[in-house]
Design a protein around this ligand. Sequence first.
Ligand code: NOJ
Length: 556
Amino acid sequence: MERKWWKEAVVYQIYPRSFKDSNGDGVGDLRGIIEKLDYLKELGVDVIWLSPVYKSPNDDNGYDISDYRDIMDEFGTMGDFDELLEGMHKRGLKLVMDLVVNHSSDEHQWFVESKKSKDNPYRDYYIWRKGKDGNPPNNWGSFFSGSVWQYDEATDEYFLHLFSKKQPDLNWENEKVRNEVYNMMKYWFDKGIDGFRMDVINLISKVPGLPDGEKGEQDLYGNGFPLFANGPRVHEFLQEMNREVLSKYDIMTVGEAPGVDPDTAKLYVNEDRDELNMLFQFELMDIDSGNGKWDLRPWKLTTFKNIMFKWYEALKDKGWNSLFLNNHDQPRMVSRFGNDKEYRLQSAKMLATFLHTWQGTPYVYQGEEIGMTNVQFDISEYKDIEIINMFKEKTAQGVEKEELMKSIYAKGRDNVRTPMQWNATENAGFTEGEPWLKVNPNYTDINVEQALEDRNSIFYYYQKLIKLRKENPIIVYGDINLLYKDDENIFSYIRRFEDERLLVILNFFEKEVQFKLPADVQFKEAELLIANYEVDTNNIDNFLLKPYEARVYLLH
Ligand code: NOJ
């Protein structure tokens, strides 16, 4: 297996809108991030991924970009950006930007032109089609509710938008579009950035003809997903991008790829194919969904283990996994997979132990390192377009409000977008103004200042895990053997690298359970590397695991 800096790194994701406001307008900004670089350095992470900071009318909080080469007014200026990048590099931190090129904003100059007339030179930068007998060109439904087609009177045609109607899809079939994107990427690489996280990059190639998707009787829209995900030319496009841009720089790439299975993933990240370094897979994030994300289902640890092991096996020789348990779209990990009440501390540390000792590059989402939790707001207090549109659409269909609120509490994206909790002062020290989204009321107990004062905090546990990764190549490169793969409570595995072995034991639930080391695991001495409880015995052959207990040993 090839050694690479991005395999050894820990990435920290910043959602700039909610990280730190420096000028009192209630919105986080670049100077706010600059203020906190020493904090991130203290945590020990190596790479910072910034959710989009480009010019945007913020229909989808920056994932709708109106100028790819400029900074959003609310976030600051290009001067601030340059200072941020310099401040990061001075501290040995790398910067990964978000690349959102499946779509732009409808306020991007390209779209403004494209809309003007059918013969405008920018017309084919987007996907325009005629309607069918007064209906949209096909039956696909958008991720943010409604049809993917928006009618435009001026030219009597519809344009395609997989997300909101202010996010028209770019036409990747058009070579000019691809070259614009590649040049823009070079512009940022030449500034010195260290990589890109690529937004829904597996959706850029659509099946020609854009045929209808399958539609059940109950469904409002057809399922276009199989017709626009992992489309016919996606690998050709990514190989071209790699040839034209990526291969020229020492950078990292991670592609967001909903609906990709491990075999398909190999096509994107196999080292010999020259496409991407890593993907964000969603099989694990879908573990508690039925028919779509809002349809809540209980999850089982055996399924969790199977998914993780399958992905490990598929990519271990020629690819690489990314590891994440939450991000700006997914609920707080401690609320979803742990216990955000009585065992918040223990379960957050246990989940972190998994994240940092499995094979792959760990991604930590802001606030995770202090155990921030989900929120339950009044419907009027949510800001996320996905929540708002879904609530409107389902209410109109007659779904009970109570049921919808349950889904929003469990899965809504604003769970993770509440302002970062820096201290116990008003608005959690995030802003001196009115925060754009309400602060989680638990900020008086859960905040950075408190975490830094407590040696037993989740923060210091993350710091230690990150340090262990640097000191023990086995944590990065070791292969994995699952123990007790059918056990519904315990997640345990042995990593091997050269002549070393690392044993990880995790109790995933509150119930106390007995752990018995399989008799064929022989060793002279077990050296404890990290644990989330005081460990007072070196008996690891047979012992009772406490609620959410986690232990990691080197076996000698
Ligand atoms: C995925 C991003 O992570 C999400 O936040 C965004 O809404 C959609 N892509 C559209 O860009």
